[in-house]
Design a protein around this ligand. Sequence first.
Ligand code: DQA
Length: 143
Amino acid sequence: MKLLLLNGVNLNMLGRRDSRFYGTDTLDGLEWKVCQYAAGLGIEVVCKQSNIEGELVNILQQTGCDAVIFNAGAYSHYSYALRDCIECIEPQVIEVHLSNIYEREEFRHVDVLTDVCAARFYGKGVQSYLDAVDYVAQNLNKK
Ligand code: DQA
């Protein structure tokens, strides 16, 4: 079982973003926690990040993985390109957000990716990602 952990726009800035919403982990720290946790469940994780919408589409179109945990960042709120991509790719995509987007600015309440994702976890910081790993382990783990 191979899992892609894909982080989108501005998530490379974790550790320097508002800690009230995003905590204090850097992206490396977050990736390390997810990899450790997944390894304990027998899941191998490949980590990628991009700030570029088209690059995220390219990565999603050729993951080589069984499932994807995806935090698209601000693209979640308006990227029909990512939505259309997720709709037509083979691996299931599980959406995550560190913050609770429904308790923040109104523009964050719109999420155009949700209905094409298999599940979503948000508002619990790094734990949102770990809950997504649990979902993959329980619902998609083949080996
Ligand atoms: C985010 C929420 C988005 O609204 C924001 O633009 C991000 C991060 C989150 O993880 O809480 O960059 O996806």
